[in-house]
Design a protein. Sequence first.
Length: 306
Amino acid sequence: MKNFAPRVPSLWRKVAIAAVLGSTLAGTAACGGPGQAASPTTDSANAALAALVPADIKAKGTISVGTQPDFEPANFTPIGENGVKGFNIDLMDAMAAKLGLKISYQKVPFDQLLVGVQTGKFDASIAGMTDRKGRQANVDFVDYQVAGTVFMVAKGNPKKITGEPDGGCGIKIGGVKGNDDERLVGIMAKACTAAGKPAPELVTFPTGSDKNLALTSGRVDAMFWPDMAVSVINRETQGKLESVPVNFEPKVFLGMIFSKQNPQLRDAFLKATEAMHADGSYDAILKKWDVTVIDLPKPGVNLATS
């Protein structure tokens, strides 16, 4: 797969970010406070986007969005708080604002996100879910990010794990139920078995936090981790871990998910995402959170082919 992610530029000054974000994010669920008056051009553009929203949802004015709140900096609930924050939350709030909608976030385990959208428990979900062809049979993705994968291992890499398919034979790998870990461990198991080596073992945990603790306490030897969040986990573990690039996993598309029964809402959010690229607010949010590595310049629906 082509690598769509650009190199990370230096961060803007905070005041510059605030100036760009002010007109886009003010008044959304994430920001809360009153915003400055929009220009006539912005009013007209947002009115056109709002017209794309299904009538029943427009009448309610609010959509329910499922997320897993334990993955900083994407979507997380800070200690001592009840709400959700992160670049995914900022992006979703800003898209919804362009569509004239508000968001009610529902915090659930990762493995309940797909079924929640399928059964109508949520109108949508945002939690950095990998777009896979198999998942497209049940839900639709609006892909808006790309992400690479690394192994997080103990400092010094005592198990000498490499990023090759057979570079971690016989190790224990921590994962989260419902995540993409099983598929990745399957690739490794096939390569290790072919080389006459023991297959790695996947040990699953309810949340990402549980998985992280298992690694730092030595109960597992490695875990898969998005390249965009290496700095976060290194900070949280006080430098106890290091990253090893996973060479057998190409960049993947990450997407918001929508019910196949509601393509109109899906397409409205796609157009809102495109509008954020056009006006610079998408880039500003990524720079605010220092995750420009995930930038997907041209979002789309169900872009994954495998």
